[in-house]
Design a protein around this ligand. Structure first.
Ligand code: AMP
Ligand code: TRP
Length: 328
């Protein structure tokens, strides 16, 4: 069995991009793999967070993990800061990373663009992500394709450390990028990806949105003026994005959708898409409401942290030995 690891930041507005690009495949992977799913709260504090909101978000995201089909009897679900090995390995890896390679990370460049001085944590964020992955001898990391550069950095760091400190130090992981729905674009500007933080709430569909909000978001979504339902990302990014979303939720290919809707207008297509999205998120919302306020949730996270810690401690021991750290 392969070890799978992935993480999501505890922020509000988990949207259908997160679901189609990440959560849905997390659930699918747990049948044939040993999966570890983390709520990466230490990544969340790379930008200032209100402590109360952060704490709420941790439980919200944990509940969404379970609601999206992650089964705590099959997979380990836990909160990053409950396992000290992440910070420990994060530092050790920081010492093997270069400022040059971190400066090239597009996510850092974007997030620090308008700031005169960026928090150091924002800069070293990818190294902590590498630590998350390498701590568990992970072989597969399911993520959206926006994380590709971070996965490549993780691989580079693993290979570099193994070359210097011993080939047994780390397992070199691979990213697994979902094709359909790997990149869900914003509904109001389909040239940018759907984001948790965009100001316009109609630019995204959050998993916990009401049917009315979903309807409004889809009906308002930017399309173009020629009215032809055709997949063409270059020239028709709006309708192409909606076709991808439809396809990802239903499993129908984009080609078959183009055929089904040949001759229909955007309005009819959008109405059907509203139904598709609403009926897909309904079971998730029902399950979320069941688990969010239950004692069960905290119990799952506590047990998850214990299991994760047992694996992490072994890796830290091996890494410290290879680096010559501590008393032996
Ligand atoms: P984040 O929102 O950055 O915490 O992302 C959590 C997970 O969702 C990561 O695996 C991302 O790659 C994925 N993700 C985020 N936004 C999108 C999007 N618009 N489309 C597809 N996947 C996404
Ligand atoms: N950086 C990821 C994101 O923004 C979240 C993340 C942190 C992650 N650590 C991880 C994803 C480890 C996969 C594996 O989406």
């Amino acid at each position: 069995m392969n070890r799978v690891f992935s993480g999501i930041q505890p922020t509000g507005n988990i949207h259908i991009g997160n679901y189609l690009g990440a959560l849905k495949q997390f659930a699918e992977l747990q049948n044939d793999n040993e999966c570890i799913y983390c709520i990466v709260d230490m990544h969340a504090i790379t930008v200032p967070k209100d402590p109360k909101e952060l704490n709420e978000s941790i439980l919200n995201v944990a509940a969404l993990y379970i609601a999206c089909g992650i089964d705590p009897d099959k997979s380990i679900v836990f909160v990053q800061s409950d396992v000290p090995g992440h910070a420990e390995l994060g530092w050790i890896l920081t010492c093997s990373s270069y400022t040059g390679e971190l400066s090239r990370m597009t996510q850092f460049k974007q997030k620090s663009k308008e700031k005169e001085s960026a928090p150091t944590g924002l800069f070293t964020y990818p190294v902590l992500m590498a630590a998350d992955i390498l701590l568990y001898d992970t072989s597969i990391v399911p993520v959206g394709d926006d994380q590709k550069q971070h996965i490549e950095l993780t691989r580079d760091l693993a290979v570099r450390v193994n070359g210097k400190y011993g080939e047994n130090t780390f397992v070199v992981p691979e990213g697994r990028y979902m094709k359909s729905g790997a990149r869900v674009m914003s509904l109001d500007d389909p040239t940018n990806k759907m984001s948790k933080s965009a100001e316009n709430e109609y630019s995204r569909i959050s998993l916990l949105d009401s049917p009315a909000k979903i309807k409004k978001s889809v009906m308002r979504a930017t399309t173009d003026s020629d009215g032809i339902i055709k997949f063409d990302v270059e020239n028709k990014p709006g309708i192409s994005n909606l076709l991808s979303i439809y396809s990802a939720f239903t499993g129908k290919t984009v080609e078959s959708l183009e055929k089904d809707y040949a001759g229909s207008g955007y309005g009819d297509f959008k109405k059907d898409l509203v139904e598709v999205v609403n009926s897909s998120v309904k079971p998730i919302q029902d399950k979320y409401n069941d688990i969010r306020e239950s004692d069960e949730l905290k119990k799952i996270l506590k047990e998850g942290a214990e299991k994760a810690n047992a694996i992490a401690e072994k890796t830290i021991k091996r890494v410290k030995e290879n680096f010559g750290l501590g008393i032996r």
